[in-house]
Design a protein around this ligand. Structure first.
Ligand code: TXA
Ligand code: MG
Length: 345
């Protein structure tokens, strides 16, 4: 397997990667959100290889990545006016839109659905690769199914080494959480997955937007509309428990929980912040960043979960991070990873 760092500077490497994709192969590449595992979105056989490499259920549709707006018109059967408004406001960038698909898009790509998810990423390497690959690159996050999305090329290699011919290494990604998905086939556009682009940001451009009730913490048995959101994704090997409440109480509670874990011989770790870390007593304490810097929290989350998987940790206690903007996305991923175990203090 070939791994190439800073490929942006090397047009030849991107050309080679494009050739692999046009020939029906797979290439992992950086985007501004997380690393993607790309194949030619219009080639059903190529797309099947993505599902095999990741061990992904075949009913879980993929996002088609494009590099110009006119390509959205080619793969959509019809476009609501909101698509153009959102594209003008947020593309290229971390927003995925769901629209009705045209016949060009094979059902392998959409997991059998008549709609297609489309995104124009802003990462220059991703854009260059899409252009070299013929314009339509289907790409899920480049992790093995069930593991946190990769924010470093090393994470891709850890999960997919030997299963794919090439990884383009662009270093650490900028955002660290997957794109916001908005479904434009609903009468009122609906967020199926929260991300860096928030409900408020979308509403400023297209008016009322709802959030899929199936993804909220108290959803109970209601099924999320995005097939991928129903899986227990991002689950760390250790048991993860969130502790929510006023800072001093959270620190006290987590210290009590780690002490109790120690007494029963379980190895505990803590996810805290720059502000609180020195006050924790556990042997393993990691800061996710400063509480005031929600972008740092988003960027570090998946790496921390992966690092814990490498250690022999039995239980992780984490502060909760319902920060103003990306907070909904951070908490959505954390709650899923925790299997919704939250202690309120
Ligand atoms: O930031 C991102 O979106 C990254 C980068 C690589 O672009 N990609 C990504 O893809 O997160 P993936 O496959 O890991 O997540 C795609 C999500 C899944 O939950 C899937 O079920 C949902 O999008 N999805 C795709 N097409 C859909 C459709 N037609 N209707 C409903 N949900 C859809
Ligand atoms: Mg994924």
């Amino acid at each position: 397997m070939e791994k190439i760092r800073n490929c942006l500077l090397d047009a030849d490497k991107i050309r080679t990667a494009g050739e692999i994709i046009r020939a029906g192969g797979l290439v992992a590449f950086p985007t501004e959100t997380v690393y993607g595992l790309g194949a030619d979105a219009l080639n059903g056989c190529a797309v099947k290889k993505i599902y095999e490499a990741k061990g992904r259920p075949s009913d879980n549709p993929l996002i088609v990545h494009i590099a110009r707006f006119s390509d959205l018109e080619e793969i959509a059967a019809k476009l609501p006016p909101s698509a153009k408004c959102l594209s003008d406001a947020f593309w290229p960038g971390p927003l995925t839109m769901i629209v009705e698909k045209s016949e060009k898009v094979p059902y392998e790509t959409t997991g059998g659905m008549d709609t297609v998810a489309v995104r124009m990423p802003s990462h220059p390497t991703a854009l260059a690769l899409i252009r070299e690959s013929g314009g339509f690159v289907a790409a899920p996050s480049a992790n093995a199914s069930g593991r946190p999305s990769p924010t470093l090329a090393e994470h891709v290699a850890d999960d997919l080494c030997g299963r794919i011919p090439m990884i383009l290494d662009g270093g650490q990604v900028g955002i660290g959480l997957e794109s916001t998905i908005v479904d434009l086939t609903e009468e009122v556009p609906m967020i199926l997955r929260p991300g860096y682009i928030t409900q408020e940001m979308l509403e400023e451009v297209i008016g009322e937007v709802r959030v899929d009730p199936g993804i909220l913490a108290d959803a109970g048995m209601q099924r999320p509309k995005a097939p991928g959101m129903k899986y227990k994704h991002y689950a760390p090997r250790a048991d993860l428990v969130l502790v929510d409440g006023e800072e001093t109480h959270v620190v006290e509670k987590i210290n009590e929980l780690t002490r109790r874990a120690g007494m029963t011989g379980r190895r505990a770790a803590v996810i805290g912040t720059d502000e609180t870390c020195s006050r924790y007593r556990a042997n393993v304490v990691v800061s996710i960043g400063a509480r005031s810097d929600e972008e740092a929290i988003a960027r570090h989350l998946y790496k921390i979960l992966r690092d814990f998987d490498e250690m022999e940790i039995d239980v992780i206690y984490s502060e909760s991070f319902a920060t103003p903007k990306i907070g909904q996305a951070i908490m959505n991923r954390l709650l899923k990873a925790a299997g919704y175990q939250v202690i309120h203090v």
